[in-house]
Design a protein around this ligand. Structure first.
Ligand code: ATP
Ligand code: MG
Length: 590
C-alpha cells in the first residue's frame, strides 16, 4: 500500500511541527470553539470519484484533515458520487490510496450515495411545503427561461402544479416512468433573483445509468448543491470548506438547509441509520477559500483525463503528471506537499504559485533525507594506466555529507572506470573546469587524476580516456589537501550495474498552459522533450539493493527514485525527481 511499506521515512501528517501561519478559517474555528458554539470540529474532504486527485486537491486535503487534527476534531472522506456515468470504482480506490499517502486517515469513509433515500425524503418535504415542483421543460427550454445576469428569468409553466401532482410525478420519476431529461424536480425559489443559482435550480434529474456504488437502484440523481449541504448536515460537519467557485452557491446551500431543517426533522435521516451509519446532524457552515494554482501545471481533472485518454502521457501516474500518484511516482515526498500547503496558507485571494516553490521544498526534504550514491548517465571509459590490470580496492564513501549517522558504504575502485561523457572536453570551452587532456580533476573519494591521452575509434569518436592517478592525493596522504578545480563522480567499470534512468522536464513549456488566447489550447503547449530515457546508465554496485520508491541523490546529477512500478533489483529503473539546483525560476524569469 502506502508509505508504511516505503523505505523512506515518512512523517505523520497529523503531527506537523507547526500548523503554519494563522489564516481566516483557523480563526473562525478558534472563535467558534471559544464561544462554545461547538464542542468539536468536524470537516470533510469531498472528492467526486471521476478522476485522480492532483496537487490542488492536496491543498484541500491538508486543510480539512490538518484542521481536524490540530483541533482534535474529525474529518471524513466523502465520495461525492452524485454524478454517475463519469464516476468509477477505480477512482474511488485511487483516491483512498492518495489520501493515505499524504499521511492522513479519515474518521469515517462515506458516500453521498449512502444518503440517496434520505435525499429523496428531503425532496418530498420540499414538495409538500410548496418549495419544489416537477418541471417538464427540457434542458434548452430551462436555459431559455433562466434569463441572464442582467435580465430576470421567467417562471416555468409547470411551476404552480399542486403538491399532490408533484408528489405523484416525482414518485413516477423515481419509478423510471420517464425518459432521461424529460422532467426535473426544481426548487421553487425566485426566477428574478440576482443570483442565478437561486432561479429555481434543479434538485433531481433523470439518468438511467448504473452507479458505481448503488448499481441500478436509482434512475434519478440529486444535483450537487442539494446533495452537498445535506450530506454535510447528515455527517455532522461543522465547517464545510470549499473553493471559491462555490461562493455564489452558498445562498442555495443555506436555503436548502433552512427549508429542510434536518436537525429538527430526524425522521428524514432514518434511512441512513437503517444502513448502520451514524447521522450526527449539524447545521454546517460553508466557507470558501482560493484554489491552489501552480505555474506550468494544469490542474483540471477534465483536461488531465484528456491527456491520459489521448495518450499524451503514460497514464494518471505518469511521473510528469501533477496527480498525487504521478508526483509520488516521480519521487516527491508527501511531506514536501504538506509543507507546500502549510506555507501557501489559506486566503480568498486567487494566486498562482511558482512551481519552483514546490520543487525547492522537495529538494529541501531530499537534501536531508536522501542518501548519496554515484551513477553515470552517459558513460565514457576512463583507464587509469598507472594501476595494475587487476587492481581492486574498496573505498569508503559517506552516505550523507551532513549526517554522519547515515554511516558509510564501500565502493569498488579499479583500473577501469566510467565517467560522464560531458565531464571531458577535447577542445575545452572557456571556463571548463572538468577533465581535459593534460589537466587534473579529483575523482570523488579516489584522488586526483591527470588525463594523458584520448583513444579514438576509426570514425573519430572517443573510445576511452587514459589518465594516471596521483596516489599521494588520496584521503590521509600527504597530497590530500592539494586543490584542483573539478571533482567528478564515477563508477567502477567492473562492478557497475546497468540501469534505465528517466529524466523528466516540465510537461508544458509556458507558465499558463491553459491560456487559450490566439486560439491555442494546452495541447499546443506540451513540451516535446518532457522525458528523456537513458538506457545505458551505470550505477555503483550498492544500488543493486535499492527497492522501489527508495530515493537517492546521485552525486552531481540530482535526486532520483527507484520507479514504483518498474524498478527491479536485476533491472533497475530510476526516475529523476529533480535536479540539484532550481532550474525553474531561471527559465520563468528569463
Ligand atoms: P470537478 O470539476 O470534477 O468538480 P474538482 O477539481 O472540483 O473537479 P472535486 O473532486 O470536486 O474536483 O474536488 C474535491 C475537493 O477538492 C473540492 O472541495 C474542491 O473544492 C477541492 N479542490 C479541487 N481543486 C482544488 C485546487 N486546485 N485547490 C484547492 N482545492 C481544490
Ligand atoms: Mg468539484
Amino acid at each position: 500500500m502506502t508509505d508504511a511499506a516505503s523505505p523512506n521515512p515518512v512523517h505523520d501528517g497529523t503531527s506537523n511541527p507547526s500548523p503554519g501561519p494563522n489564516h481566516f478559517i483557523r480563526q473562525i474555528i478558534i472563535d467558534d470553539l471559544a464561544r462554545g458554539r461547538l464542542a468539536q470540529i468536524h470537516t470533510r474532504f469531498p472528492p467526486e470519484p471521476n478522476g485522480y486527485l492532483h496537487i490542488g486537491h492536496a491543498k484541500s486535503i491538508c486543510l480539512n484533515f490538518g484542521l481536524a487534527a490540530e483541533f482534535t476534531g474529525l474529518c471524513n472522506l466523502r465520495f461525492d458520487d452524485t454524478n454517475p456515468g463519469k464516476e468509477d470504482i477505480e477512482f474511488v480506490e485511487a483516491i483512498k490510496e492518495d489520501v493515505r499517502w499524504l499521511g492522513y486517515q479519515w474518521s469515517e469513509l462515506r458516500h453521498a450515495s449512502d444518503y440517496f433515500e434520505s435525499f429523496y425524503r428531503c425532496a418530498e418535504k420540499l414538495i409538500r411545503v410548496g418549495l419544489a415542483y416537477v418541471c417538464d421543460l427540457d434542458a434548452d427550454a430551462v436555459r431559455n427561461y433562466r434569463g441572464t445576469l442582467t435580465e430576470a428569468g421567467r417562471n416555468s409553466p409547470f411551476r404552480e402544479r399542486t403538491v399532490e401532482e408533484n408528489l405523484d410525478l416525482f414518485a413516477r420519476m423515481r419509478a423510471g416512468e420517464f425518459a432521461d431529461g424529460a422532467r426535473t424536480l426544481r426548487a421553487h425559489i425566485d426566477m428574478a433573483s440576482g443570483n442565478i443559482n437561486l432561479r429555481d435550480p434543479a434538485i433531481y434529474r433523470i439518468r438511467k445509468v448504473t452507479h458505481q456504488h448503488t448499481g441500478s437502484d436509482w434512475c434519478i440523481y440529486p444535483m450537487y448543491d442539494f446533495a452537498h449541504c445535506l450530506s454535510d448536515a447528515i455527517e455532522g460537519i461543522s465547517h464545510s470548506l470549499c473553493t471559491l467557485e462555490f461562493e455564489d452557491h452558498r445562498p442555495l446551500y443555506d436555503w436548502y438547509l433552512d427549508k429542510i431543517d434536518l436537525v429538527n426533522d430526524p425522521q428524514l435521516v432514518a434511512p441512513v441509520l437503517q444502513k448502520g451509519l451514524t447521522a450526527p446532524l449539524s447545521r454546517p457552515r460553508q466557507i470558501e477559500f482560493s484554489r491552489l494554482n501552480l505555474d506550468y501545471v494544469l490542474l483540471s481533472k477534465r483536461k488531465l483525463l484528456a491527456l491520459v485518454n489521448d495518450r499524451l502521457v503514460d497514464g494518471w501516474n505518469d511521473p510528469r503528471m501533477p496527480t498525487l500518484c504521478g508526483i509520488r511516482r516521480r519521487g516527491y515526498p508527501a511531506a514536501a506537499v504538506r509543507e507546500l500547503a502549510r506555507r501557501i496558507g489559506v486566503t480568498k485571494q486567487e494566486s498562482v504559485i511558482e512551481y519552483s516553490v514546490l520543487e525547492n521544498l522537495v529538494r529541501e526534504d531530499l537534501d536531508a533525507s536522501a542518501e548519496r550514491r554515484m551513477a553515470v548517465l552517459d558513460p565514457i571509459k576512463l583507464v587509469l594506466t598507472n594501476l595494475a590490470a587487476d587492481h581492486h580496492e574498496l573505498l569508503v564513501a559517506a552516505n550523507h555529507p551532513k549526517d554522519a549517522s547515515r554511516g558509510s558504504r564501500q565502493i569498488a575502485f579499479g583500473r577501469e572506470l566510467y565517467i560522464e561523457r560531458e565531464d571531458f572536453m577535447e577542445v575545452p570551452v572557456k571556463g571548463f573546469h572538468r577533465l581535459v587532456v593534460g589537466g587534473e580533476v579529483r575523482l570523488r573519494f579516489a584522488g586526483i587524476i591527470r588525463c594523458i591521452a584520448v583513444v579514438k575509434h576509426d570514425d573519430g569518436t572517443i573510445a576511452e580516456l587514459h589518465a594516471t592517478l596521483d596516489l599521494a592525493s588520496r584521503h590521509g596522504m600527504p597530497g590530500a589537501e592539494r586543490k584542483v578545480k573539478g571533482t567528478l563522480h564515477w563508477v567502477c567499470a567492473a562492478h557497475a550495474i546497468a540501469a534505465e534512468v528517466r529524466l523528466y522536464d516540465r510537461l508544458f513549456t509556458v507558465p499558463d498552459p491553459d491560456d487559450e488566447r490566439d486560439g491555442k489550447s494546452y495541447r499546443d503547449h506540451l513540451n516535446p522533450d518532457s522525458v528523456r530515457v537513458v538506457t545505458k546508465a551505470k550505477l555503483e554496485a550498492s544500488l543493486g539493493t535499492a527497492v522501489a520508491e527508495q530515493r537517492f541523490q546521485f552525486e552531481r546529477l540530482g535526486y532520483f527514485v527507484a520507479d514504483r512500478y518498474q524498478h527491479q533489483p536485476n533491472r533497475p529503473v530510476f526516475n529523476r525527481i529533480c535536479s540539484l539546483r532550481d532550474s525553474w525560476t531561471a527559465v520563468a524569469k528569463g
